[in-house]
Design a protein around this ligand. Structure first.
Ligand code: NAP
Length: 321
């Protein structure tokens, strides 16, 4: 008996993507069922490819439900929600959508950095609410150009953030687990030393258990009362309670956060802090980049269906615990 479906889709990636996928393959749209894969039985037996998103993830239970699975194609670049160990145990390939989102995530890091330093979001409210006329001159803010930019995680996105630093005449240094000798930036072997040196510390490393609270109270203290913390990576990398306490005590100068420890959240604890700029986890969320990410998922699916190989598999190193 031939299989009824080629692909199982556990997350919708938007109507345009869903339609394109369904026009090319026989797709089981499991995302339509509130119970997900648990709603199906025999239909799952022969499925070789699954499509998901970094937000939806792919858990051990999902792997267990799909005995013939050979590849998972995920939308997004983070893999903290994908159980890579479970995939590795069964030799299942996992692809993400790297490179195509670097520029937009880097742009947003800079938007947050500039907003936290120059208070553009606060200034916008100041003008629109009539405070400019009522109260007069807006308070002075913090210079950005010519300052010191520290990057935690000089990967694809970190590099794009660093390159933009040159346009602001900034001195750039970074911290990774491993130095990158080809990179034209200084390396700091200890994150706390990078924070001590930097005026702006931008977090662009991977999320997950290995980097949880890497930016802790000591790193925040080292960044200091004039320092500004920007996070476009994952909320888990920053000890948010420590950052909040430091902001309130004036021990950290400001913050620009696209990601928080709990999402979505009203984040009322930040509401009265003008030195903090927040965005609702939208680093890659431009029309152009979202279309490119969707295309890369389709390309990975097509490559796997045709050749059994993924175009952009998760790097082997990331499979280590
Ligand atoms: P990447 O190219 O894999 O770079 C990750 C960097 O993190 C590498 O330089 C890596 O260097 C460093 N790193 C990993 N573990 C570390 C550790 N324990 N300590 C210090 N550095 C560490 O990834 P990318 O494509 O640039 O993406 C980075 C992250 O951005 C993603 O994982 C995702 O979570 C986040 N992201 C957010 C958005 C958003 O919407 N805000 C969008 C896309 C991605 P070493 O391996 O040498 O340590």
């Amino acid at each position: 008996m031939t299989a009824a479906y080629d692909i199982v889709q556990v997350a919708s990636l938007g109507p345009a993507f869903d339609q394109q996928l369904a026009s090319r393959y026989r797709v089981l749209p499991a995302w339509r069922e509130p119970q997900g894969l648990a709603a199906f039985g025999d239909e799952l037996r022969d499925l070789r490819v699954a499509v998901t998103s970094v937000r939806h993830g792919f858990t051990q239970a999902m792997f267990d439900a799909l005995p013939a699975l050979q590849a998972v194609c995920s939308w997004g670049v983070g893999h903290d929600t994908l159980d890579l160990q479970a995939a590795a145990r069964r030799g299942i390939g996992v692809s993400v959508t790297p490179d195509v989102l670097d520029d937009c995530v880097a742009d947003l890091a800079w938007a947050l950095l500039l907003s936290a330093a120059r208070r553009t979001a606060v200034g916008d409210r100041y003008v629109k609410s009539g405070q400019w006329r009522a109260l007069g001159q807006f308070p002075v803010t913090t210079r950005v150009s010519g300052k010191r930019l520290g990057i935690l995680g000089l990967g694809r996105i970190g590099e794009a953030i660093a390159r933009r630093g040159a346009g602001f005449d900034m001195d750039v240094r970074y911290h990774n687990r491993t130095p990158r000798p080809q990179a034209p930036y200084g390396y700091e072997a200890r994150l706390v030393d990078l924070a001590e040196w930097a005026d702006f510390l931008v977090v662009a490393c991977v999320g997950g258990p290995a980097t949880r609270h890497l930016v802790d109270a000591a790193v925040i203290r080292a960044l200091g009362p004039q320092g500004i913390l920007v996070n476009i990576a994952r909320g888990s990398v920053v000890d948010q309670a420590a950052a909040l306490a430091a902001l309130r005590a004036g021990e950290l100068g400001g913050a620009g956060l696209d990601v928080l420890e709990r999402e979505p959240t009203p984040a009322t604890e930040f509401a009265d802090l003008d030195q903090v700029s927040l965005m609702p986890h939208v680093g890659s969320a431009t029309r152009e980049t979202r279309a490119a990410m969707a295309q890369l998922v389709l390309d990975n699916v097509a490559a796997f269906m045709e050749s059994g190989k993924l175009l952009t598999p998760v790097a082997v190193r990331e499979w280590q615990p």
